[in-house]
Ligand binder design. Structure first.
Ligand code: HEC
Ligand code: HEC
Ligand code: HEC
Ligand code: HEC
Ligand code: HEC
Ligand code: HEC
Ligand code: HEC
Length: 352
């Protein structure tokens, strides 16, 4: 079972790639982990990653807002709750298009985007819900101009490839071997999305012989593998961003593996890898002081070979508040944290 989907990375460690799930992978479901890892199940349920996709029936945002409306040019929009469903409706006053919302994507700091079932295929809704205004506005990446037709007003028809990609980054194994399976879709990034199939580990555990080697533990990867391969499978690596037109522009602040790679702090050292600062089994800490000892793990006064002698003359706490500035993206309703740790000079242009 373990051989399934594991590839060998540079250092010849087994690597499970969370969004490239092979066709024959069999998941047991995370209820099966609860018996022995109940603490992680509880805290993980509160993370945004754990809820990166929601079914329409469950979507708290759609339930709490039974009627959402928006207007642009001659087009009026409504998202209406009907029982356990939500209907996305656009009208120009003469004609109306009504489509059922199929899934709610993202529970993030910024907001939620809807995937709609249309005749031609799946659409990414032109409008998204934003947490700051508790209302609808244009989806990031879509045009903010007045739509050119009623069909255009609905949203963007997603290509087959794009659809597969969306679901592979926001679910646990809905895409296997390059095929999307809606039946029994497991929303969000669950335990096995990151740790791979757990059946053998569970079975041995139940026999009283838990064997750590029978489940993938990303904690054993090197710092660079963690940041540029493992987390970057979804958060996007240097390689991914370099391939984007204009390096993704200002939007690349959302791609932490890329941003941190260009910081002078970055190396293969695990103290600067994603998991040095983030425990993915728990909601992210939003308090700057929480991160201080992550920085001083290297920037300290001890002249040991592992520490960096350069110290800050300006302050001794809340390091990230100055060195990881928050960057607003137009239309995103959210300021992302720039992971390119640096001396950020006031008024300097954003370093792409
Ligand atoms: C019957 C109890 C049991 C169940 C069920 C169980 N685990 Fe474990 N798990 C353990 C024990 C005990 C360890 C520590 C093993 C050791 O140190 O040898 C462990 C270790 C792990 C590790 C660390 C492996 C390593 O290399 O250090 C991971 C990851 C893990 N479990 C994930 C899961 C996931 C995901 C599930 C659900 C699919 C799950 N476990 C279900 C008992 C269980
Ligand atoms: C390569 C993996 C990947 C793909 C493909 C992908 N996403 Fe995401 N998505 C992410 C990650 C990582 C985040 C969190 C970081 C961020 O907000 O950019 C995210 C965040 C989001 C958010 C929440 C924004 C916020 O922070 O509030 C929404 C909504 C979203 N994605 C929708 C989609 C939709 C719809 C698609 C397909 C059209 C899609 N995503 C494709 C990885 C992906
Ligand atoms: C299978 C895809 C995937 C992988 C792998 C992944 N992420 Fe995410 N992550 C996401 C998506 C999607 C979101 C956005 C969730 C949302 O806003 O609804 C996210 C959000 C986050 C957040 C925001 C806070 C929260 O509570 O979730 C942090 C922090 C994060 N990821 C860190 C990591 C780290 C560290 C790793 C590697 C150990 C990692 N992610 C691996 C897809 C992924
Ligand atoms: C976004 C990816 C991701 C998800 C989702 C995830 N894990 Fe992990 N898990 C990791 C990483 C990365 C590590 C290594 C952490 C470290 O070494 O600091 C880890 C380590 C572990 C360990 C061993 C170390 C420890 O802290 O005991 C266990 C057990 C574990 N995870 C269980 C689970 C369970 C159960 C779930 C589901 C509730 C889960 N994980 C969900 C990425 C993930
Ligand atoms: C040195 C510490 C550090 C490291 C290493 C780190 N982060 Fe962060 N991360 C932070 C801080 C600080 C925040 C902002 C917390 C807050 O104030 O809300 C953050 C926020 C985030 C967010 C939420 C979106 C945002 O822009 O605020 C995501 C997603 C994320 N980190 C992913 C990652 C990934 C993936 C990696 C590895 C490439 C990583 N982080 C490495 C410190 C770190
Ligand atoms: C793995 C060790 C490590 C960690 C963790 C680390 N740094 Fe660094 N940092 C370095 C190294 C190495 C340099 C480059 C030193 C040099 O050039 O003399 C550096 C340089 C810097 C610089 C100067 C950058 C410039 O543009 O000249 C700043 C500011 C900085 N770090 C702040 C931080 C902050 C804030 C944190 C926590 C969020 C942090 N570092 C975490 C290793 C680290
Ligand atoms: C109030 C904003 C602020 C805070 C908070 C802050 N710094 Fe700085 N830091 C600066 C500025 C500004 C500089 C550039 C000073 C200069 O060039 O003279 C700097 C310089 C540095 C340097 C480079 C020193 C050198 O010799 O070039 C490092 C490393 C650093 N800070 C790390 C940290 C760490 C670690 C923390 C938290 C313990 C921290 N900073 C907190 C603003 C801040």
């Amino acid at each position: 079972m373990l051989a399934v989907g594991l590839t060998f990375s540079q250092s010849q460690k087994r690597m499970w790639t969370p969004n490239k799930i092979p066709a024959n992978a069999q998941f047991v479901g995370q209820q099966a982990c609860a018996e022995c890892h109940g603490d992680k199940i509880k805290t993980h349920a509160k993370t945004l990653m754990g809820r990166a996709l929601e079914t329409v029936a469950e979507s708290e945002i759609l339930r709490k807002h039974p009627k959402l409306s928006f207007r642009t040019g001659p087009y009026s929009y409504e998202i209406l709750r009907q029982g356990a469903q939500s209907i996305y409706r656009v009208t120009d006053g003469k004609e109306t298009i009504s489509l059922p919302v199929l899934y709610a994507f993202g529970l993030g700091f910024a907001g939620q985007t809807y995937v709609l079932q249309g005749e031609a295929g799946l659409y990414e809704s032109r409008l998204s819900f934003y947490n700051d205004t508790h209302g609808l506005d244009t989806t990031i990446g879509q045009s903010t101009d007045v739509p050119t037709s009623l069909a255009d007003a609905v949203g963007r028809l997603m290509s087959k490839d794009e659809t597969l990609q969306c679901f592979s980054c926001h679910t646990t194994g809905a895409v296997k071997g390059g095929k999307l399976e809606h039946n029994g879709l497991v929303p969000g990034i669950g335990c096995e999305a990151c740790h791979g199939p757990g059946a053998e580990h569970v079975a041995l555990g139940k026999q009283g012989e838990p064997n750590a080697h029978k489940i993938f533990n990303p904690g054993k990867l090197s710092g660079d593998e963690l940041s540029q391969e493992y987390c970057a499978a979804c958060h996007r690596s240097v390689e991914d961003v370099t391939a984007l037109p204009r390096m993704g522009g200002l939007n690349n602040v959302r791609f932490q593996p890329y941003r941190i790679f260009n910081s002078k702090c970055y190396s293969d050292d695990r103290r600067i890898s994603c998991i040095a600062c983030h425990d993915v089994h728990q909601p992210m800490k939003e308090d700057a002081a929480f991160y201080d000892n992550k920085c001083t793990a290297c920037h300290n006064t001890k002249q040991s070979p592992e520490s960096v002698s350069r110290l800050c003359k300006v302050a001794t706490e809340k390091c990230t508040s100055c060195h990881m500035p928050k960057v607003p993206i137009q239309g995103a309703h959210f300021k992302f944290t720039d992971h390119r740790i640096r001396i950020a000079k006031p008024g300097e242009p954003y370093p792409f």
